[in-house]
Design a protein. Sequence first.
Length: 252
Amino acid sequence: MKTDAQKTTTHFGYQEVPVHDKSGLVAEVFHSVADRYDIMNDFMSGGLHRLWKRLTVAQCNARPGQTLLDVASGTGDLARALAHQVGKSGQIVMTDINESMLARGRQRMLDEGLVGNIAYVLADAEELPFPANHFDRVTIAFGLRNVTRQDKALRAMYRVLKPGGKLLILEFSRLTLPWLQKLYDLYSFNIIPKLGEWITQDRKSYEYLVESIRMHPDQETLKGMMTEAGFEDAGYHNFTGGIVALHQGYKY
């Protein structure tokens, strides 16, 4: 089997595209939806994304004074909660490859008075511009499936973690309740694109997002990828019947 680095094409939803084209195509999606990204998340998940993120923050177990990296931070839901955990003596670094999403996240932080312990870096998850052994925790929520070379991104996150540090990946995954699959597919392929058209005037971006979920590795595959990247004690917790999974791994 070819590694991500050896492939010349990759998936963009259900389309097969040249590897070097995917980041640009994904960028167009998020430039298009950035302004209404948060309200769309609430509509799509019925607010459940907030619970999933709270559970992730709780598992992060960050402490005052720690330095945390939030990859593909988007509009900053995780970063906002984690900034309170690390306090003024700690630091959260928000990164995103998409300038529109990062700008939206920065504006939300400023609007809420969160300044002083948050930094913003425009960065590709595959090429994190930070020293090795730098962060106590690395988090990424609903971003890994949009990365072109996921194995490379996992190695980059491993490199910047301190020994004893933990990676947390919150991402859509595979249902563990077979009876729910048909209902989930019906909702995903019929309702979500219509919501996208209504709320963001962009149906195609949400058709891609639904397809990208189906193309993302399942729980056990992603766990294996984390182990390959060097993480130890890799494991996961399923939320809402496997619609979402929280993967965790450590660097010792």
